[in-house]
Design a protein around this ligand. Structure first.
Ligand SMILES: [Zn+2]
Length: 490
């Protein structure tokens, strides 16, 4: 890792143009993606400054009142000309209504699936935010009316279609393979090319085409990469599918209940598709599976309306009229009353419900009912943040407190990490390597420089060491709030 500020030559002043990148949030932290690019042109009669943001995400996993969610942005929202969203997870879009509330009136761009998912995800997080703010007697950062205000500014932009902002920034989305509609953002300004990964998917991705490094003449000059799993290696998908099969068979043998706390966006669809395949291939007999998550249900509907963004095999399956997210004995529950009917189903049953870390949602009431049952099992299919109920279960606690009630844990708890929608350490290094080489036909071309963000400090630092050590690429792990002048590469 180099100390970039010491080794960077001054901005190309000759042309009277300069470019800067500010990590307003999302540096040394997994959540809160919020990056500002400012292009300044002093060659005309009047200085011209154009500003774009990549993502306006919510900070998660810490006490709401101590987070930056409820503090003013570090830039003036009025002066931002456009926003580009990488994908619809709350930690990338969750403060968009606050940006509108604080005066942003430009255009926000997202791919068509992301544009469809954003209002659904915002409607879900606004109530959580409201409750959290009330706990510490604060006003929430925005309300439902600000969501409407923000949505009026949102415009869909297809992959590989370029938008030009005030004759300065040319911006194009490419598939990131993380969740439906997720995008890498390529920004070109005065001959300099900057690529933001947002969150990067695994290779191979499970439901989506693999991430695609854009082919750019002369290569990309700056890469801003995520590093959520910058220091970890995932299990293979096949190992996770084996773990899921094992849990289902164990549950069937005992005529018990299997609980799967699942994130609504992408993870739930990955699990549903796996069940569909297992049944089709005769690996399991159909048993009652309840999808007990209104949010996951809405999200799954959006997936079904956007099938052409998925992997070839899934597109073909949809084209045959076979829905990969539906299978015999799947029951989708809508109301809380429907949800209660689950308990009346005797014998083997599987319940998929949010939230993924059991920190809210309908899974908690199922956990109260079934964790004391020695014939029940619970399979954790995602990361469990320290302090969450899911983490306490993962750590093997024999008693947990749910909604102020002590609950004995006699159910079998297991976990598997291979269903992750995130690139791991090796995927991230391979991606940086491809970005460093693609499009560079001549050895004399400007080398790539990498900023490692969107990860805990340890993960970001580890990845930065790998990229600089293995690939000889200059890397920086920025601090939150840090601003960098990016020398122009024209
Ligand atoms: Zn994400």
């Amino acid at each position: 890792m180099n100390n970039r500020t010491e080794s960077t030559p001054p901005t190309n002043e000759v042309k009277g143009k300069s470019l800067s990148l500010t990590f307003a949030e999302g540096a040394r932290s997994v959540t809160g993606a919020n990056f500002l690019l400012e292009a300044t042109d002093t060659t005309g009669k009047k200085e011209k400054v154009v500003r774009i943001l990549i993502d306006v995400g919510l900070k998660q996993g810490q006490q709401f009142c101590e987070s930056s969610n409820n503090k003013p942005f570090t830039y003036d929202a009025h002066t931002v000309d456009a926003v580009f969203f990488t994908h619809a997870h709350a930690d990338h879009i969750g403060l968009f209504p606050k940006l509108a509330k604080e005066g942003f009136t430009g255009t926000a761009y997202a791919t068509p699936p992301t544009s469809a998912l954003i209002p659904v995800m915002l409607a879900d997080s606004v109530s959580i935010i409201g409750r959290e703010a009330a706990k510490c007697s604060q006003e929430p950062p925005y309300t439902r009316e600000h969501i409407e205000q923000a949505m009026a500014l949102l415009q869909p932009l297809e992959y590989k279609k370029t938008v030009v902002v005030h004759d300065t920034f040319s911006v194009t989305f490419y598939n990131a393979g993380h969740i439906l509609g997720s995008a890498l953002v390529l920004v070109e300004v005065w001959g300099t090319k900057i690529l933001f990964t947002g969150d990067l998917g695994r290779t191979p991705a499970i439901l989506l085409p693999d991430p695609e490094v854009p082919e750019v003449e002369g290569g990309i000059d700056y890469l801003i990469t995520e590093s959520v799993y910058g220091n970890r290696k995932h299990e293979e998908v096949s190992e996770s599918e084996e773990a899921l099969l094992k849990s289902v068979r164990h549950t069937t043998e005992r005529k018990g209940t299997l609980l799967i706390p699942s994130f609504s966006l992408e993870r739930t669809q990955i699990i549903l598709e796996a069940f569909d395949r297992f049944i089709r291939e005769g690996l399991i007999e159909p048993v009652p599976v309840f999808l007990d998550s209104p949010l996951a249900t809405k999200v799954t509907e959006i997936y079904k309306l956007n099938t052409h963004y998925m992997r070839e095999n899934l597109k073909e399956q949809f084209a045959r009229g076979d829905d990969p997210f539906s299978f015999p004995r799947l029951k989708v529950t809508y109301t809380r009353e429907d949800s209660k009917e689950i308990d009346e189903t005797v014998g083997t049953k599987i319940i998929i419900a949010g939230a993924g870390m059991s920190h809210g949602g309908r899974i908690r009431s199922h956990e109260k009912t079934y964790l004391p049952d020695p014939n029940a099992s619970l399979l954790l299919v995602g990361y469990q943040v320290p302090g969450s109920l899911g983490r306490r279960l993962q750590d093997g606690n024999k008693t947990v407190v749910i909604d102020r009630k002590k609950v004995k844990v006699r159910a079998t708890i297991s976990k598997t990490g291979g269903f992750s929608a995130h690139a791991d350490r090796d995927d991230l290094v391979a991606f940086a390597e491809e970005v460093a080489t693609k499009g560079r036909a001549h050895s004399g071309e400007n080398p790539l420089e990498v900023f490692v963000a969107l990860g805990e400090t340890e993960a970001s630092a580890f990845l930065a060491q790998r990229i600089s050590g293995f690939l000889g690429i200059k890397t920086t792990v920025p601090q939150k709030g840090e601003r960098f002048e990016l020398p122009l590469m024209s």
